[in-house]
Design a protein around this ligand. Structure first.
Ligand SMILES: NC(=O)c1ccc[n+]([C@@H]2O[C@H](COP(=O)([O-])OP(=O)(O)OC[C@H]3O[C@@H](n4cnc5c(N)ncnc54)[C@H](OP(=O)(O)O)[C@@H]3O)[C@@H](O)[C@H]2O)c1
Length: 351
């Protein structure tokens, strides 16, 4: 049974929600050419979900993997073997709740939220209440929309998985991207001494986020063995496990968050598998994880934001209809931080 509340403002109280909406859809895996901007039925919610009027969405690397269906592991993981199960793409979301499922107690209609949705590249998106938190009032919808997937991943990598401690030396490979720009700021906020790795044109950005040292991976060997680290987050690298071990202290921890490359089946995940197989036999801890979107983590990120320790980095902005172009830019590696997708017109003037 669904419970539908009325919206607080006059417009919504008198107008029912539209039956259809504009969205980015795909019915097969492939390049950005498979994405279409179309009118589709508005989603309906289950008891533990809410319906969000999307103001802005964020583009993350995982969404690209779900678009291409590569590596094949994503298909096996349940997203659809031959075509995407959910034709509307996008996870990162920020917007206003317009409908609340009967089992949801943490939210009401009219609440401004951010988190993970099931298809955020659309005017309306359904989301499990478990994956949402109230939006910090200091952030615009666009800023809030780029935080959830990357921020949660960075926070889990550093804390639950990496077990970072104050004054530890932390190396962050892939510091200029979505996860990395969050990880650098969070590691500093948690008291670590941070060395950040990025390409030449993005070094100033990672320095401005608080990194104590920066390394250009295009001109320097990141793991030359001269400096060793208590914790390495490898977010974007293609460095071999053997090389990464050389840059770890005895007893240090390597967390492989991601990375492109590899073969069509496992993609960058091949390194993760090798690291985990080796870990029980050596003095260093080498591990990986799959981030889980949970409101407690999003709320913790909101605290870092409210305290001024975390500022979302938006490298590019696109209209909803231009998501295919946004995807092409992401694939080309030209984005710094995250890409924001503007969905509601009135937010464009507020930035
Ligand atoms: N485990 C999980 O649950 C989880 C969650 C989210 C994401 N991920 C994975 O994590 C990875 C990064 O995600 P993201 O959203 O941060 O992607 P992103 O925004 O595209 O960032 C990629 C980063 O990798 C860097 N990079 C690229 N090639 C490199 C190289 N050869 N050596 C060192 N650094 C290199 C880039 O640096 P420049 O731009 O300066 O070249 C950039 O900082 C992806 O593989 C994604 O699938 C995993």
């Amino acid at each position: 049974m669904q419970r539908t509340q009325t919206l607080p403002d006059e417009r919504a109280a008198t107008e029912p929600l539209p039956s259809h909406m504009q969205a980015i859809v795909q019915d097969r895996y492939g390049t950005a050419d498979v994405l279409r901007f179309e009118e589709v039925p508005r989603p309906t919610i289950t008891d533990d979900e809410v319906l969000i009027e999307v103001h802005a969405a964020g583009l993350d690397r995982g969404t690209e993997h779900l678009m291409t269906g590569h590596p094949y592991l994503v298909r096996i993981a349940g997203y659809g073997l031959t075509k995407p199960k959910n034709p509307v793409s996008g996870t990162d979301v920020a917007g206003v709740i317009v409908e609340v499922g009967s089992a949801v107690t943490r939210f009401a209609v009219g609440d401004e939220v951010f988190g993970g949705a099931k298809g955020s590249f659309a005017q309306y998106a359904r989301a499990s209440a478990r994956c949402l938190a109230h939006k910090p009032s200091s952030l615009t919808f666009e800023q809030a929309a780029v935080v959830p997937v990357s921020g949660v991943t960075a926070l889990q990598a550093l804390t639950d998985v990496g077990r970072v401690e104050p004054d530890q030396r932390v190396l962050i490979i892939g510091a200029s991207g979505g996860v990395g720009t969050h990880a650098v700021q969070l590691a500093k906020a948690l008291g670590a001494e941070v060395t950040a790795v990025a390409s030449t044109s993005k070094l100033e950005l990672v320095r401005s986020l608080g990194a104590d040292r920066v390394i250009d991976y295009t001109t320097s060997n990141v793991t030359d063995g001269q400096t060793t680290f208590d914790l390495i987050l490898d977010i974007g690298g293609r460095t071999s496990v053997a090389e990464l071990r050389r840059a770890l202290t005895n007893g240090g921890t390597l967390v492989i968050v991601g990375g492109e490359g590899g073969n069509r089946i496992t993609g960058g995940v091949g390194r993760q598998l090798r690291a985990m197989l080796l870990s029980p036999f050596i003095s260093q801890r080498m591990t990986t994880f799959i981030a889980s979107m949970d409101h407690s983590l999003i709320e913790r990120l909101a605290e870092f934001i409210e305290d001024g320790h975390l500022i979302p980095v938006i490298g590019q902005r696109f209209e909803l209809s231009d998501v295919p172009d946004a995807m092409r830019q992401l694939a080309a590696g030209t984005v710094s931080g995250k890409t924001a997708i503007r969905v509601r017109a009135e937010d464009r003037s507020k930035r």
